[in-house]
Design a protein. Structure first.
Length: 123
């Protein structure tokens, strides 16, 4: 997978926005995916040591399970390691990556866009 196809995977809703907030040469290619409506990040896409990586937010218990299951799930680079993880996108199954992106998108969404547990059970 390349960077552009990873960015496309993050456009899971009209509320997603691709941004490049840094001007420093070492960070200028880092893509921050955020919500248009609340400006919160849900993904940080970057390359390091020849690997395409993405930081994603997830509940701590899910991050712990993912780290046990996949070598491609690492402690978050440059972010809170309890609530974020770094994913080596070419070292985990595509469906798992898609699922973690969705989790990150959902938990950072504005409260009025989030479904309650009751609503999720009804659908």
């Amino acid at each position: 997978m390349n960077k552009q196809s990873l960015i496309k995977k993050c456009f899971i809703d009209d509320d997603a926005l691709e941004t490049y907030p840094w001007e420093k040469d070492e960070y200028k290619d880092c893509c921050v995916m955020r919500h248009k409506s609340n400006n919160k990040w849900f993904a940080l896409i970057f390359e390091m040591n020849g690997k395409l990586l993405i930081n994603l937010k997830a509940p701590p218990d899910i991050i712990a399970v993912l780290k046990e299951q996949y070598e491609g799930i690492l402690p978050a680079w440059h972010m809170n390691k309890k609530h974020w993880c770094t994913v080596d996108v070419n070292n985990i199954p595509a469906d798992t990556l898609k699922e973690i992106i969705k989790i990150s998108f959902d938990i950072t969404a504005p409260k009025n866009k989030r479904l309650s547990v009751k609503d999720k059970c009804k659908s």
